[in-house]
Design a protein around this ligand. Structure first.
Ligand SMILES: NC(=O)c1ccc[n+]([C@@H]2O[C@H](COP(=O)([O-])OP(=O)(O)OC[C@H]3O[C@@H](n4cnc5c(N)ncnc54)[C@H](O)[C@@H]3O)[C@@H](O)[C@H]2O)c1
Length: 283
C-alpha cells in the first residue's frame, strides 16, 4: 500500500516526537490529543527540537518551515478518517488503547494500518479490538524520537507480512532501523531494560546508594550514557510502573514486581521530568 498521510494519536513525550519525524520526512501529519494544552506543549517541543537541528547545521531553515507546515494539530479523532497509517501513542493502559483502536477501526478506511507505540502491551490484544487485526502492528519508537535511530517492530498473532513490510519501509523513510520482536510482554527493549531500572529503584529504597551515586556508578562502571534513575525520570515513572505491571502480570515471575518506592512516587504525582519531580527535581 502506498502510504502518503500519517495520523498520530497522543501528543505527549512520544507522540510529538513521532509526529515531528514523519513531518521532517515529508509526510503530512495530523496529530490528535484529547487535551488542547498537550497540543500547545507538543508544538513548542517540536519547534524547540527543530530549532536545535537548525542551530547545529543539520537542518535548513526552509526544511524546518516545511516540516512545521506539514503538521496539523487537532482534538478531534474524526480528522484521521483519510489517514493511510495511524500511530497510537496515548497512555500505557490496555483498556484505553483497546477503546481507541476500536474507535479508529470504525473511523479510518479499511486499508489503513493501525500501529501502536506501546512499550509493553500485547499487539495481539490491540488487534483483537478491531476488525482488521492483520493491519495492526507494533511500532515502538525510542525516546527522544528525533535522535534515536532504532524502532522495534512487533508482529501480533494476526499481523500480515504486508503490514510488517509497510512498517519496516516507513522506518527506512524516517532514516531509522526497524528490528522485529515477537509479541511477548515488554518485547525486547523493555523486557531487558525495565528489570534493571526496577533494581535501581529498589537500591534507592534500601539505601544502597543515593540516586546520584547509583547513576554515577552505572555510567562510570558500565559505560551507560545515562544513569538508570535519570533515564527513568526521562521515560516517565508512570510509564515505568505501567510496563513493570505488564511484565509482572504477563510473565508471572516475582522478579518483575514493581518496587514499592516507584508505586509511592507515582501515587504522589512524582512522574519524573514531565511533572518536574521524580528521583531528581527539575526547574
Ligand atoms: N516515555 C517514553 O520514554 C516511551 C518510550 C517508548 C514508548 N512509550 C510509549 O508511548 C506511549 C505514550 O507515552 P508518553 O510517554 O508519550 O505518554 P505521555 O503521558 O507523555 O502522553 C500521553 C498523551 O496521550 C494523550 N491521551 C490520552 N488518552 C488519549 C486518547 N484517548 N486520545 C487522544 N489522546 C489521548 C494525553 O493527553 C497525553 O498527551 C505509551 O504507550 C508509552 O508506553 C513511551
Amino acid at each position: 500500500m502506498d502510504i502518503k498521510t500519517i495520523g498520530v494519536v497522543g501528543a505527549g513525550t512520544m507522540g510529538n516526537g513521532i509526529a515531528q519525524v514523519f513531518a521532517q520526512a515529508g509526510f503530512p501529519v495530523t496529530l490528535v490529543d484529547v487535551a488542547e494544552p498537550m497540543l500547545d506543549r507538543a508544538r513548542r517541543a517540536i519547534e524547540k527540537s527543530l530549532a536545535r537541528f537548525v542551530e547545529k547545521g543539520t537542518l535548513a531553515p526552509e526544511a524546518r518551515d516545511a516540516a512545521l507546515a506539514r503538521l496539523t494539530m487537532v482534538t478531534s479523532l474524526d480528522r484521521l478518517a483519510s489517514a493511510d497509517y495511524v500511530v497510537e501513542a496515548i497512555v500505557e493502559h490496555a483498556d484505553a488503547k483497546r477503546a481507541l483502536f476500536a474507535s479508529l477501526d470504525a473511523l479510518v478506511k479499511p486499508e489503513a494500518i493501525l500501529a501502536s507505540n506501546t512499550s509493553s502491551i500485547s499487539i495481539t490484544l490491540l488487534g483483537a479490538a478491531t476488525k482488521r487485526p492483520e493491519r495492526v502492528v507494533g511500532m515502538h519508537f525510542m525516546n527522544p524520537v528525533p535522535l534515536m535511530m532504532l524502532v522495534e517492530l512487533i508482529r501480533g498473532q494476526a499481523t500480515s507480512d504486508d503490514s510488517m513490510e509497510a512498517a519496516a519501509s516507513l522506518c527506512r523513510a524516517l532514516g531509522k532501523t526497524g528490528v522485529e520482536a515477537a509479541d511477548y510482554p515488554g518485547f525486547i527493549a523493555n523486557r531487558i531494560l525495565l528489570p534493571m531500572l526496577n533494581e535501581a529503584f529498589y537500591a534507592v529504597m534500601e539505601g544502597v546508594g543515593t540516586p546520584e551515586a547509583i547513576d554515577t556508578v552505572m555510567k562510570g562502571a558500565m559505560h551507560h550514557p545515562m544513569g538508570p534513575l535519570t533515564l527513568a525520570d526521562f521515560i516517565g515513572l508512570d510509564i515505568c510502573l505501567a510496563v513493570l505491571n505488564v511484565l509482572h502480570d504477563g510473565l508471572g515471575d516475582p522478579k518483575y514486581r514493581p518496587c514499592p518506592l516507584l508505586k509511592r512516587m507515582v501515587a504522589a504525582g512524582h512522574l519524573g521530568r514531565k511533572s518536574g519531580r521524580g528521583f531528581y527535581v527539575y526547574a
